[in-house]
Design a protein around this ligand. Structure first.
Ligand code: BTN
Length: 248
């Protein structure tokens, strides 16, 4: 059982323009800011994405939030999967769309990325949960070089409402039992049955490909290879490509 934690949303620091909300939240966490603190911005100059990528969004058209979770406990092991579940539910509470998750934590709607998650942690003290959620970005405002096509929640939805819904769903999912996180992730798994390729080291050599087969209890992606092996890929270890032609 996870101890009760402070709800996300207060105190809040908002910037019109900032380097990266994750950077500001990390600084606050390192100097003892309480769990529940959030940092938001209308726009970022050097928004960070996973794997050292840049994350950009036009001013005021995306939710840019970094939330401090502190302290951490053993149940936070699946935080990278719990956060996109919260984002899916927040989006679905505000717009008539169904969200799925591309492991480990991209939120997709209709095969297009609507949100990304970047978690930076200093266990056991704190984690910063960074969420970039496209709210009202026009199709032609997305950069041309995106790895995956992107989409937005939809017009008419206010970013502040998306923030409120996201904080509320995060409150629930960061305290959820691991078994519930795994079960709900499985229900929203956008990759199961699809051909994926990976590059990376760690437990898996070099590169490879196979068919995604769900996740294990540690949140690793299971992949069936052509030679009959069932491999477990850690999110910190691999970069994944998804074959868009083998949708099932
Ligand atoms: C990804 O999909 O690569 C993760 C993107 C995460 C972007 C968000 S925007 C708010 C927060 N601040 C950052 O610098 N990054 C995260």
């Amino acid at each position: 059982m996870v101890e009760a934690r402070s709800p996300f949303g207060a105190p809040r620091r908002h910037y019109r323009l900032v380097d990266s909300t994750n950077e500001r939240a990390r600084e606050l966490a390192a100097t003892g800011a309480p769990g529940g603190t959030i940092v938001t911005a209308d726009e970022q100059i050097s928004g960070r994405g996973r794997r050292g990528r840049h994350w950009s969004a036009p001013a005021g058209k995306a939710l840019l939030v970094s939330a401090i979770l502190s302290p951490l406990c053993a149940e936070d092991a699946l935080l990278p999967l719990a956060v996109p579940l919260a984002v899916c539910e927040a989006v679905e509470s505000l717009a008539p769309i169904r969200c799925r998750i591309k492991w480990p934590n991209d939120v997709w709607s209709d095969e297009r990325k609507v949100a990304g998650v970047l978690i930076e942690a200093q266990p056991p003290d704190w984690a910063v949960i960074g969420i970039g959620l496209n709210v009202s970005i026009e199709p032609d405002e997305f950069p041309d070089d995106l790895r995956h096509p992107a989409t937005s929640v939809g017009h008419g939805v206010a970013t502040e409402r998306v923030l409120e819904a996201t904080c509320a769903r995060l409150d629930d999912w960061v305290s959820a039992p691991l078994s519930r996180v795994v079960a709900e992730f499985e229900a929203r798994d956008a990759l199961r049955g699809r051909r994926v390729g990976w590059t990376g080291a760690g437990g898996v050599d070099g590169e490879g490909s196979g068919v995604a087969d769900g996740i294990d209890e540690r949140g690793n992606l299971l992949v069936l290879t052509a030679d009959g092996q069932r491999l477990s890929l850690g999110s910190g270890e691999v970069t994944l490509t998804v074959d868009r032609s083998t949708r099932e």
